[in-house]
Design a protein around this ligand. Structure first.
Ligand code: GLY
Ligand code: MN
Length: 458
């Protein structure tokens, strides 16, 4: 495990975080890190990624560990490696050394955790084996199970309120992830000329992330079929005339993420139709970012993206009507079916393990409307929040060829005109934007989004 050189800064930050938590709740908390999952047999595992709630308060990716927080104090529970583990995995710092690095007040073997578990709240870890351990140690069900205890929900809300706003150390890490992500995208653009398959461009991008000793924050999307929103395949050959959509983001060793998308032409030149649609998406992206500041509702940012896209498509003759009314009818969602973005932090969709508790302000629920149901964030913005802005345009066969949809929007879409844009399957432009006291800062601004500059990088 790589230990940060400045661990005084780390331990000070962690102390700050748990002291803030102690002001919000008056019961103990136990957070588990989780274990790595086996791919096919026990010794062959997926890379370990700790629970983000653990990481937020423990700072380091320690496997099979737990921390107990109470009144601003931190206790670390973990076992030192056995001789056989030392043989296969080498030395990691001992429990006492790790406790010192993260500024723990005490450290114990993991088997002693059950003696400290009374009245403690927790949050589920995604790993199923750890979930079972959590219930066993606490001897009860955990939120969101119906039989959970109220303290789990109180803890969840307290942690959300802390993680919604990023402190200096988080921002330093996120900026590092953003800088490497920008480099990865530039490398992907530069590699396009000599690439034959999507996989070649993916390799060029991920190699930058790996060579900075970072990992991908999520499965990369590098595809000429951008209309498949979370496309995870990389085998398609690259054809002149295709657009490539690359949604690739780095994660630092301490777990902080970046999430960026660019779309560029394989040939090095956007066709006139590709450029037209690209500029509509870019206008939505730029309009939204220009409006970000504390107090603004993220829902309004989403609606602004929807309106800008509707307006652009009316100007291109693809949609017919008034932009506001088209948005009310969800006509924009025929081509922009997802939300304009989400929270970003330790998770690429930050705290989405908690359902909509983090993304949605208390008292708000997801709309079932076609144009709003995939909106992941519906809160007023506040300084310190990090969000993505990622409008897009897609021709999704499952939407556009659906009989009911075609009937409903028969007179709204100029279906004949749309055929002229058949070389645009999917475009998305995504940046990571920090809300500041004065407005907003684009953390990924070093990566161009303008068509002319992108062409020059190809
Ligand atoms: N980067 C993928 C997503 O935001 O869903
Ligand atoms: Mn995203």
């Amino acid at each position: 495990m790589q230990i940060p050189t400045n661990h005084t800064y780390l331990s000070k930050t962690l102390r700050n975080r748990r002291e803030k938590l102690a002001k919000l709740i008056d019961f103990p908390t136990i957070l588990w890190s989780g274990s790595s999952s086996s791919r096919n047999f026990p010794a062959n595992t997926f890379p370990f990624r700790p629970s983000s709630h653990f990481l937020y308060f423990a700072g380091l990716p320690i496997e099979d560990a737990a921390i107990r927080l109470e009144g601003g104090k931190l206790e670390l529970f973990m076992d030192n490696l056995s001789p056989s583990n030392l043989l296969w995995h080498g030395e990691i710092p001992t429990r006492d050394r790790l406790a010192e690095i993260i500024g723990a007040d005490a450290a114990f073997p993991i088997k002693e955790l059950k003696d400290y578990a009374a009245n403690a709240a927790t949050i589920y870890v995604q790993n199923p084996t750890t979930k079972i351990t959590q219930c066993q140690i606490l001897n009860r069900d955990i939120f969101p199970s119906k039989k959970h205890q109220k303290i789990d929900l109180e803890l969840t809300k307290a942690i959300i309120s802390l993680r919604l706003s990023h402190d200096d150390m988080a921002l330093t890490e996120i900026k590092q992830a953003a800088a490497v992500t920008v480099k990865a995208h530039k490398a992907g653009m530069a590699a396009t000329k000599n690439a034959k398959f999507e996989a070649n461009i993916r390799a060029a991008m991920e190699s930058i992330i790996i060579s900075h000793n970072m990992t991908c924050a999520y499965n990369s999307i590098v595809t000429v079929h951008g209309e498949v929103l979370h496309n995870g395949e990389y085998y398609h050959p690259l054809q002149t005339g295709d657009l490539l959509l690359a949604d690739v983001g780095a994660e630092t060793t301490l777990g902080w993420a970046s999430d960026v998308t660019r779309t560029w032409p394989i040939s090095g030149k956007f066709s006139p139709t590709q450029r037209d649609i690209y500029d509509v998406v870019l206008a939505a992206h730029d309009n939204c970012i220009a409006q970000l500041k504390p107090g603004v509702e993220y829902l309004d940012i989403h609606l602004l993206a929807a309106k800008t896209i509707a307006e652009g498509l009316v100007n291109l003759g693809i949609l017919k009507g008034q932009p506001e009314q088209l948005v009310e009818m969800d006509a924009h969602a025929l081509f922009f079916p997802h939300g304009v973005g989400h929270l970003l932090g330790l998770d690429v969709h930050d705290m989405e393990d908690l359902g909509d508790l983090a993304g949605y302000e208390i008292g708000r629920e997801r709309s079932s409307r076609f144009g709003l149901s995939f909106l992941r964030l519906n809160r007023p913005l506040a300084s310190g929040m990090l969000v993505t802005i990622e409008p897009g345009f897609y021709q999704v066969p499952a939407i556009l060829n659906n009989t009911e949809t075609r009937q409903k929007y028969q007179h709204i879409v100029n279906w004949e005109k749309l055929k002229h844009f058949s070389d645009v399957r999917g475009i998305r432009i995504e940046d990571d934007v920090l809300v500041t006291t004065k407005g907003a800062e684009i953390l990924t601004k070093e990566l161009p989004s303008n068509t002319d500059v992108i062409e020059s990088l190809l």
